[in-house]
Design a protein around this ligand. Structure first.
Ligand code: MN3
Length: 175
């Protein structure tokens, strides 16, 4: 995690700062605004990739806490029951999506249309560029797990769900 935070996340932030320097629309603007204004624009791909990766990583760190895991509570647990049929079903669906993401990307729990969904995004893509409210994410790029888990992506995502997930943070993102 320290390598991931200090090297990978830092590189996206440094690259983004270089790319937006001197641009009136992006320099000094909120990160989410830069992500939304560069999404889907062919002439802004490099800025989108670095801005979205900076946003996704910041969200990933907030999706975890020391001694996390366990079960969500309250409205979030109710929504998990309604949307997936139960917590175990949610967990299986999240793990399946994480393993199924081909190549680099992210697995997310999102809130859309009064239901929860699990979505995968490729590379830097992010649910906020698709009008979805992100509640939780796990980075499934190889750099996220290879130092500790080598090829065992599923073991990494299981450890994330069992020991790291910050359900209070996820609940706080519900609107
Ligand atoms: Mn990463």
């Amino acid at each position: 995690m320290s390598f991931h935070y200090a090297k990978h996340h830092q590189a996206y932030v440094d690259n983004l700062n270089k790319l937006v320097a001197g641009t009136a629309w992006a320099a000094g603007q909120p990160l989410e605004k830069v992500v939304l204004e560069s999404a889907g624009k062919a002439d802004k791909t490099a800025i989108f990739n670095n801005a979205a990766q900076a946003w996704n990583h910041a969200f990933f760190w907030r999706s975890m806490k020391p001694g996390g895991g366990g079960l969500p509570a309250g409205r979030l647990m109710d929504l998990i029951g309604k949307s997936f049929g139960g917590f175990d079903e949610f967990k299986n669906a999240f793990l399946t999506a994480a393993v199924a993401q081909f190549g680099s990307g992210w697995v997310w729990l999102v809130y859309e249309g009064d239901a929860l969904k699990i979505v995968k995004t490729s590379n830097a893509d992010t649910p906020i560029a698709h009008g979805q409210t992100a509640l939780l994410t796990c980075d499934v790029w190889e750099h996220a797990y290879y130092l500790d888990y080598q090829n065992r992506r599923k073991d990494f995502v299981e450890a994330f769900l069992d020991h790291l997930v910050n359900w209070e943070f996820a609940a706080s993102q519900l609107k």
